[in-house]
Write a protein that binds this ligand. Structure first.
Ligand SMILES: CC(C)(COP(=O)(O)OP(=O)(O)OC[C@H]1O[C@@H](n2cnc3c(N)ncnc32)[C@H](O)[C@@H]1O)[C@@H](O)C(=O)NCCC(=O)NCCS
Ligand SMILES: Nc1ncnc2c1ncn2[C@@H]1O[C@H](COP(=O)(O)OP(=O)(O)OP(=O)(O)O)[C@@H](O)[C@H]1O
Length: 214
């Protein structure tokens, strides 16, 4: 976060972590407490429409819906989630647009009459997209792998093969070294009430008071 843009009245909190750790569940709880949420997954879906022509040039018209008016996410997903090179090609097309839109939304929320408690930037691949540069602090949501598998099977009903692909596509989400430019806090999401209270404590004690992370 650049100094001149920092706004302690309305901080930006990155929410990241692996597939089915419970990022959206915790973000949803915080929106009931005055926060607003930017769902970066959703910005990605909007980008597919804006970047349709580039996507067709790269992946062919086979990734379009039968009437040719929109990108079929399931078709594109099965192409890119089984081939890291193809995923990178898609990311090169949509990520700059998604990042620009995130910046625009943060600006809009901070200028709104009804200033929120803070802004949650919810993105599984926050670090890969370098979105931490927009955040005052980042929450790393974690949950044990067996629990995430149970949650994923229940929520998405994927086959074991599809599940394996999803988990593999997200192997390197967490930076190997502590990110130098943003404070990151790990929150275990076993019980959502406890996890939300921990996030609120972090914001109150660490973010607003600006001391070092533990
Ligand atoms: C490939 C696409 C079309 C599939 O769409 P679909 O609706 O089927 O899946 P959805 O978007 O809900 O994503 C499913 C899961 O995959 C994860 N995922 C999506 N994109 C990526 C990625 N680039 N790298 C790793 N995981 C990803 C999501 O976080 C989610 O957990 C879509 O995910 C996409 O356009 N991805 C590229 C944009 C992106 O990076 N989005 C992630 C922002 S956090
Ligand atoms: N603390 C919890 N206790 C019980 N179930 C939970 C908890 N947190 C999340 N879940 C459940 O686990 C599933 C995944 O949660 P959620 O959608 O919040 O994960 P996510 O990390 O945002 O997923 P994705 O990686 O796909 O974006 C959901 O069905 C949700 O209801």
């Amino acid at each position: 976060m650049r100094e001149e843009e920092a706004n302690s009245d309305c901080p930006v909190l990155g929410i990241t972590g692996p597939y089915c750790s419970g990022k959206s569940t915790l973000a949803q709880e915080l929106t009931r407490r005055g926060w607003v949420q930017i769902e970066v997954d959703r910005l990605g879906h909007e980008s597919l429409a804006r970047k349709k022509n580039e996507i067709v040039t790269e992946f062919g018209s086979a990734v379009l819906s039968p009437d040719g008016t929109s990108v079929d996410r399931k078709k594109l997903g099965s192409l890119v989630f089984s081939d890291p090179r193809r995923l990178e090609q898609l990311e090169n097309i949509v990520h700059p647009d998604m990042k620009a839109r995130s910046e625009e939304l943060i600006r809009e929320y901070r200028q709104s009459q009804d200033l929120p408690t803070g802004i949650l930037l919810n993105a599984a691949i926050l670090f890969k997209m370098e979105l931490e540069s927009l955040c005052d602090a980042v929450i790393w949501v974690s949950a044990p792998l067996p629990l995430r598998i149970i949650r994923a099977r229940k929520r998405d009903g994927l086959s074991w093969k599809e599940l394996f692909r999803r988990f593999s596509a997200q192997k390197k989400l967490r930076p190997q070294l502590a990110p130098g430019n943003v404070d990151m806090y790990k929150v275990d999401n076993l019980q959502k009430g406890r996890a939300v209270r921990r996030i609120e404590r972090i914001v109150r004690d660490r973010l607003w008071n600006r001391t070092k992370p533990t």
